[in-house]
Design a protein around this ligand. Sequence first.
Ligand code: SF4
Length: 344
Amino acid sequence: MTGGATDIKSLDLPGIERALAALGQPRFRVRQLVRWLYARGVAGFDEMTDLPGALRSELAERFTLGRLSLSAREVSADGTRKYLWELPDKTTVESVGIPSGDRLTVCFSTQAGCAMGCTFCATGQDGLTRSLLPGEMVDQVLGAAADMNARVSNAVAMGQGEPFANYDATLGALRFMNSPDGLEIGARHLTVSTCGLLPGIRRFSAEPEQFTLAVSLHSAVQSTRDVLMPGVARYPLDQLREALATYGVRTGRRPTLEFALVAGSNDSDSELKALIAFCRGMLCHVNLIPVNPVTGSDARRPDDARVRAFASALTSAGIECTIRTERGVDISAACGQLRQRHRA
Ligand code: SF4
């Protein structure tokens, strides 16, 4: 059934268009094929019953159809579900489904592992295994939707990996998620969270869709940020600020600045002052995230009073800010923890 060499999940929409054109197929077959792959999530070409039998056979000769299989699942008392998926080559990735009222947000991974080496992150401690294919990202969202028996309202590239280190595949995946033939998630409800790869932010500013940008800032003091996030030490904060300001001007959109608060590291008054100076005069929204403890890391969360003091100082300075409510704290909540545990 699947004798080809290329996984069809490696193709973005233009790739599928080219593949079907090369087989002499009319354009409407593109939408049919995308629907089978990314709305219905079928397991094989033979299930694509509105495609002619000869086309199904040709597709099966030329392509494999890779599938994720569920390797582990944890369900939190608050309804959050964490998934560990096994890919066809046996590597594993995590995603999280977070229900909230009538909304379901899925946080998906863009890479297996990550090369960025952030010191507070379980994934960063393990290095990069490989980048994911567009379809492997969409399938994490489809898999969570099926397991939770709900429509996904929001998807966030905030799991394992740096999305802009896998830019083209990530954008390809977002477009399938956004497509009326795929998951039909509104572009503004699709978010990319980067640790600050400037070439990616600049490209993203020029994309035609209204996708949402989040940047892991974690410190507006260069020396602190270089220690917390060594993988982006080559992109200085002044250049990051300039790229974000340009993004705001070009898109009219407000990027979110993620700030994971680590006690004794980035929760001091001087850190707060630098954060306010970084944000002032720029379209942005600060999301404060008290860190979850991670096995193998000595990062500790500040007490609640300190977190509230950060939030109120930002608000007083006219900077929009929220404190992220932690979800799934009774399961392996931080990214990389489930994968780490199941390998131990
Ligand atoms: S926080 Fe994100 S970018 Fe940093 S190491 Fe972890 S997965 Fe990679």
